[in-house]
Design a protein around this ligand. Sequence first.
Ligand code: GLA
Length: 669
Amino acid sequence: MPLNAYWGPLVERSEDFADTSFLMEPLAIPEQQFWPEEYSSFGGLHFKETACKINFFDGTRDFRWAPATYELAPDGNTLCLILHDLYYPIDVRLYYRLHTEYDILERWCQICNQGTAVQVERCCSAQFSLPGTGYQCVNFTGRWSGEFQQREVNLSCGKQIFDSLCGVTGHQCSPVFAVHRGANEDHGSIWFGALAYSGNFKIILENICGHMLNILAGISDTDFLWTISEGECFEAPHLYAGYADGFSAMSHLLHRFSLNWLLPAETSHKTLPVLYNSWYATEFGVDDIQQHLLAEKAAALGVELFVVDDGWFKGRTDSSAGLGDWIPDPQKFPCGLSPLIHHVQLLGMRFGLWIEPEMVNPESQLYHLHPDWILQYPNREPLMWRNQYILNLALSPVQDYLFTALHSLLLENDISYLKWDMNRYAAEIGSRNVKPETWRSLWHKQVVGVYELAGKLRSAHPQLEMEACASGGGRVDFSALQYFDEFWPSDNTDPLDRLAIQQHYSLFYPIKCMRSWITDDFAFNGRRVPLRFAAHVAMCGALGIGLDLNQETPERLRSLSQYIEQYKRIRPIIQFGTLYRLNSFENTDTHIIQYVLGNRIVLFAFLQKGHYGRKLYRCCLKGLEPSSLYCFDTGGHHVVKSGAYLMQCGILLNLHGDWDSRIIEFEIS
Ligand code: GLA
């Protein structure tokens, strides 16, 4: 039985681990419950959450393994531990791939069956153990327009579960864990993991009798059942784990790994363009002439990508019709999209569109032709949400239809960006076209179907840029990151809420992929915020504009073009730099973020409410070269200071009154 010997900061001398006697201590206790197993099976003397549950044909439901064997992949970096069952011809294979350059360990698991078919009820991607007790864990709570509200839970007894049961990653929490004992931004041990999965997931953190922490992560076992026939394997999603000293260091590891390893390689090295999207300006009421005008205004500001959101396709006047028929609405666009696209391109911008491929409105040609393509229980009225049903992406005719429809849309029109939305959770996992005994596998097949479709589109259009949206931030995870270039973290664009959402998002997910728009629609809290503050908040991520440009004054348009110009100058630092969360409104008056890329630094500082006439706020920078000299402009003066000075003494930020903000750029002189 492979046991975990150690997880923590690097211990260079591997010979130290040759003596395994310290591992024998837990084994002296017969209950497997106390063993730091790398992968445990339901049953045995476990009495705790275990990593897999396999039902054999004869009723046996535990897996008992003979001593493990192992294989090392030719890349020299991937270890496979093979656990053979003592009786049945079945193996559990645990994979470990080292990403030494990023200090990340990738883990996943396969169950391979050589005998009579088995049913798998649970197959976690990985199990971890941490000795002792007193741990806490970070995750989020949230909902549509209130995503990524960071929370801390105490793991001193019982178990904590973070999961999704809605068929997509969801808004409620993230498929991640960051376990610690009072760590802060700069210091303290953090053991973290991020599951690459965009469907029902489950992260379990279980205190075992005050003795150790048992951590399991994988596809949720709720309503999950997968049959593995003779000669077949089931592979669980991959998980990326690591150890860091402080939350900053954890974010740096995950951000760098995401940028350099996970994001689609064709586009990951390119900066994301400044986009314009008229959703908040027009909602469904888009039309050719209005979009032509908006495009002219957007181009004049320096926008690089012009996106038409929901409302462009046949019959789509509101949310009640059109989904599924991916052709331009002849009333809104009498000559198709080509005239608008040419106009946009002549103005020097790229063109993008909104789609929601997994969905169908009953009011659509697709549904009239194929009512049996949706997920449903045949003897129940299908449950509607936002007037839409979910297509069963496990069916090959559905896959073929969607690929052909979207591929032709991209071929016939010069579209270089898609905002791929998903606006309802799944509820009835059944189908007229699938045998009921396999319905419980459809949750997972649906997720695989999304990846397949996205993957096929990307291979057919390698330069295509895609943004993942699911009613805002409902599909932000480390698997989506491998198919999409960017995320829409929330529909909430209120700058204050947004600063919190962005801050918490950045704990695990990379800034480059964080779309952030300047809008005027702060309906979420009915709050009006000065343009400068709103622009500075949006400039902290991948900038977009969501204002109704036809309503903007010349003065505000001039300011917008200046913000865009400044953003383009500092964009590489923001999108590819190292992020430091210096201060947060959650515990100070100011909210300060810093990005470092080579010899360039940019700092964003925000003050929401001034008090008692205070004008100066001291701020110490991070991540600089102590002996290098940095120059920057402040209060009309050109200043040169050493990195040591800026990190130890800091700078005095001149912020005053309500809604004040600053961007300061530094460069090594
Ligand atoms: C979802 C998205 C929005 C917008 C609408 C369009 O709500 O989160 O950004 O695209 O759909 O219907």
